[in-house]
Design a protein around this ligand. Structure first.
Ligand code: ADP
Length: 269
């Protein structure tokens, strides 16, 4: 009987090992598949704008004399816009790489939220030129321990998205408030909002709701970088749809520094 039991035990162990091997193989295949998809999407994001730049530059060189001044201006505008797109994509890739390497070491010091919001707004002025901007950030919010460079980048990414995905003439709202030991900062827009089933996926690398959307250029990296930066600063970033009207709402939460609060913070979405 003991022998039989031992045999059964050995069999069970063998079975577990087989299942584990299978799991590992499946995971490896999934990782491979993801890496492949990532490479395909990256080369597309790099080559499409590069092809436009090359095309426009070649036309300018070959047809120089034959081109009307407006045509030349259009070609130059294409070169500049596509180069900017490439630049943005590469900057995003670098941010992403730094995040994944754990090389983002936030330089945390107390900063005024209103001021940081002001700087981010100045940086997105051109993007938001066709939108109305409403700011509701009380001046008496406690200073937060944050890295202004990272924090501004987060706001810039959120504001860029609001500008891109909400129609011209609509209002982009920045709201800040204190909730006990937390401060929340929200960017709200009046666009279509996010498909309810895919809300969490917008933070995935290279994820875009409307794939191949060339009108609203993007890399699908902005939000995953934003969340990475916020988490590196000890905060949280979540997406939702506005309850009151169509539009997306991104909420950033950071703890109030210990000296300004009574209880320990609970960072939760
Ligand atoms: P992208 O470079 O594509 O804008 P992001 O990571 O910033 O990349 O966003 C991922 C996707 O989430 C976008 O492609 C878009 O489909 C969706 N999204 C982001 N912000 C908004 C918004 N304010 N309103 C609607 N959809 C949004």
């Amino acid at each position: 009987l003991l022998d039989a039991l031992a045999d059964q035990g050995a069999l069970a162990i063998e079975r577990v090992r087989l299942v584990e091997d299978l799991d590992r193989a499946e995971r490896a295949a999934e990782t491979d598949r993801l890496r492949q998809a990532l490479l395909t999407s990256m080369s597309h994001d790099l080559r499409t704008p590069l092809a436009s730049v090359l095309g426009a530059a070649t036309t300018l060189r070959d047809l120089d004399e034959a081109l009307a001044p407006e045509a030349k201006r259009d070609l130059l505008a294409t070169i500049i816009a596509e180069s900017e797109r490439l630049n943005r994509f590469i900057a995003n890739l670098l941010d992403m790489t730094r995040l994944e390497a754990g090389a983002v070491a936030p330089n945390l010091a107390p900063h005024d939220i209103g001021e940081t919001v002001g700087t981010a707004l100045r940086r997105t002025e051109a993007m938001l030129a066709g939108h109305r901007v409403a700011i509701d950030v009380p001046a008496d919010l406690p200073a937060l321990r944050l890295d202004p460079v990272l924090f501004e980048q987060v706001l810039v990414n959120l504001l860029d998205n609001a500008a891109k995905y909400a129609p011209e003439g609509s209002t982009v709202t920045i709201r800040g408030w204190r909730e006990g030991s937390l401060v929340r900062l929200q960017v709200l827009d009046e666009g279509e909002g996010l498909p309810e089933a895919e809300i969490e996926r917008v933070f995935d690398k290279f994820y875009r709701v409307r794939k191949g959307d060339r009108v609203r250029a993007g890399t699908g990296l902005g939000l995953s970088i934003a969340r990475g930066f916020v988490e590196a600063m000890g905060g949280a970033l979540v997406a939702a749809n506005r309850p009151d009207r169509p539009g997306a709402a991104f909420t950033l939460t950071l703890p109030v520094p210990a000296k300004d609060r009574d209880a320990a913070p609970e960072i939760a979405a």
